[in-house]
Design a protein. Structure first.
Length: 193
């Protein structure tokens, strides 16, 4: 009997507290590319990432709603895309705190980001800070046992923007985001993790 493959789920984590931030636009554009490849996508961005600092001593039932939503989405995801603005050469505190909460998945059936491809996006005004932030995102992904995609993307906002409909204005960067989305989706479809 032919088995119909279940749809894969990709969760996007990113943005800033500013509605419509470039990091969130880049995240949404990447997830739109994943959706065109058949993935079911979920965005956890901006205001949804505002939560208390991660406290390892806090009881799971006491976690705030945004933290529980993040953890549930990541636990069920087949792949992840993380988009951070570059703040002084590293990830924003908002994104780092969200990723710190993933510590709560340490005893999950797939601990942390085990068995998941993770696309990393850094958004900065200039290359130096963006490249440093991308490196940090890849290091955090490794520490959480995830698989950074071969291609990570830096969106340099001094040269690249987004249209009102959320499309990237630079064809080369748009192609990079689409390639990274394809890598996350293809890895998620691979039967052996």
């Amino acid at each position: 009997m032919y088995e119909v493959p279940r749809p894969i789920s990709i969760v996007g984590i990113g943005g800033s507290t500013r509605p419509g931030s470039t990091a969130e636009l880049a995240l949404r554009a990447t997830l739109a590319a994943a959706a065109r490849l058949g993935a079911r996508t979920t965005v956890i961005g901006g205001a949804e990432l505002i939560m208390p600092l991660y406290d390892p001593g806090e009881r799971p039932r006491d976690r705030c709603r945004p933290a529980r939503r993040l953890l549930d989405a990541v636990a069920e995801a087949d792949g992840v895309v993380i988009a951070s603005p570059a703040y002084h050469g590293s990830t924003s505190g908002l994104i780092k705190n969200a990723l710190d909460h993933i510590e709560e998945l340490r005893t999950d059936r797939r601990p942390y980001l085990t068995g998941r491809a993770v696309g990393c996006l850094a958004v900065s005004q200039g290359w130096q800070s963006g490249v440093a932030t991308l490196g940090t995102l890849r290091t955090i992904t490794h520490a959480l046992r995830g698989w950074p995609t071969p291609l990570g993307v830096v969106v340099n906002t001094s040269a690249v923007g987004f249209t009102e409909d959320g499309s990237c204005t630079d064809p080369h960067v748009r192609e990079q985001m689409e390639t990274m989305a394809r890598q996350v989706v293809e890895f998620a479809r691979t039967p052996v993790h």
